[in-house]
Design a protein around this ligand. Structure first.
Ligand SMILES: Nc1ncnc2c1ncn2[C@@H]1O[C@H](COP(=O)(O)OP(=O)(O)OP(=O)(O)O)[C@@H](O)[C@H]1O
Ligand SMILES: [Mg+2]
Length: 336
């Protein structure tokens, strides 16, 4: 209880006032009231302010499994990898490096949703936790004037990670829209993702880094389409069907955020997680879930109308939703 001495000192001074001003009952009552309020507020903050401890940060493995199973549709590969990767890491008392995940998929296929489900099952406050940090490159690191600002941005990014991990080792960083990142910039955080025990007295081994991107996904739709054409179950698609060249294609793609990146070269990304493009039936599931979330009675007809109104690719077969489940919230408003 950091504030104890200070609190008691303030309280002592205020209590003394009661005696000193014994003949002024109105002001003493007022001052005494203020003292009680101040102590009350400290106590309230102590109980309710989020802290970097097991009361606020506790991994719920079953919770994550159930959430992935019930809230994430059509992503059996990603779901399995995430569950194993996060559970393995969180149950390891002495990890040798932080967990680094790179999530890849079309727009609206569940990358941010998965980050949210992880956060909700690690931090009591979920995405609202002060230990979960999301970086949007378009907003925080726009390409404008990149050359003269490159060093400044590197240093800002390093300070951002270092400061937050110093504050709480079990911090989570979400790097959204990696494909919009200035090529090479991400390499400045390489030391923090590496196998060091301490760097300048700080250990990064408890932290979780999640990269989200639309890069390297061309092959996923092709594979899913081939399974569909062959009449094979989508759930038969395995990680190795999708991932074998993913890291290489990201490494060679200037717009992936990981172009010629030492994070790939030095194998510091633990898992590349592919998200499949979503089909009509998954959009229906998203629609039903969205109606429930909006407090409406799920209605198959309404959801069906909404799903038929979306665009699908490839042009000839029209199997996969172009925007995944992304715009269905607003679309549903239109159809209800
Ligand atoms: N596979 C899914 N299962 C259930 N809901 C989904 C799925 N994919 C997307 N959604 C829903 O669609 C919305 C957008 O999803 P999300 O933000 O996770 O997409 P994304 O993959 O991050 O897309 P982008 O690349 O455009 O950022 C969210 O409301 C999410 O709940
Ligand atoms: Mg997203």
């Amino acid at each position: 209880m950091r504030a104890t001495y200070k609190t008691f000192f303030v309280f002592y001074v205020l209590i003394s006032n009661v005696f000193v001003n014994a003949l002024e009952p109105i002001s003493t009552t007022f001052v005494f009231g203020l003292g009680v309020a101040a102590v009350g507020r400290k106590l309230y903050n102590y109980v309710y302010d989020e802290r970097c401890n097991s009361k606020w940060i506790a991994f719920n493995s079953t919770g994550l499994e159930v959430a992935l199973d019930q809230k994430l549709f059509g992503q059996h590969v990603a779901s399995r990898v995430i569950q194993k990767a996060v559970t393995g890491f969180m149950n390891n008392k002495n990890p040798k490096k932080p967990l680094v995940l790179s999530l890849h998929g079309w727009s609206g296929t569940g990358k941010n949703l998965v980050s949210q489900l992880i956060a909700e099952n690690v931090y009591k406050e979920g995405m609202a936790s002060s230990f979960v940090h999301q970086l949007d490159f378009t907003r925080h690191f726009p390409h404008r004037g990149q050359l003269e600002n490159y060093k400044v941005k590197q240093s800002q990014l390093q300070q951002w990670v270092k400061g937050n991990v110093t504050n709480c080792p079990r911090s989570m960083f979400i790097f959204d829209e990696m494909e919009k990142m200035i090529p090479g910039l991400i390499d400045c955080i390489k030391p923090y993702l590496d196998y060091y025990e301490y760097l300048d007295g700080v250990s990064y081994r408890q932290a979780i880094f999640i990269f989200l991107s639309n890069a390297g996904i061309e092959n996923f739709a092709q594979v899913a389409l081939e399974f569909w054409k062959a009449g094979r179950d989508r759930e038969e698609i395995q990680l190795h069907d999708l991932e074998p060249d993913l890291s290489l294609s990201l490494f060679n793609n200037k717009k992936s955020g990981l172009w010629h990146s030492s994070l790939i070269e030095k194998n510091l990304v633990d898992f590349f997680v592919p998200f499949l493009p979503l089909e009509y039936r998954h959009v229906l599931l998203c629609g039903m879930a969205e109606m429930s979330a909006k407090g409406l009675e799920p209605n198959q007809d309404v959801v069906d109308k909404m799903a038929r109104d979306l665009l699908y690719f490839p042009k000839s077969e029209k199997i996969f939703s172009v925007k995944g489940c992304k715009t269905i919230g607003s679309k549903l408003d239109y159809f209800t």
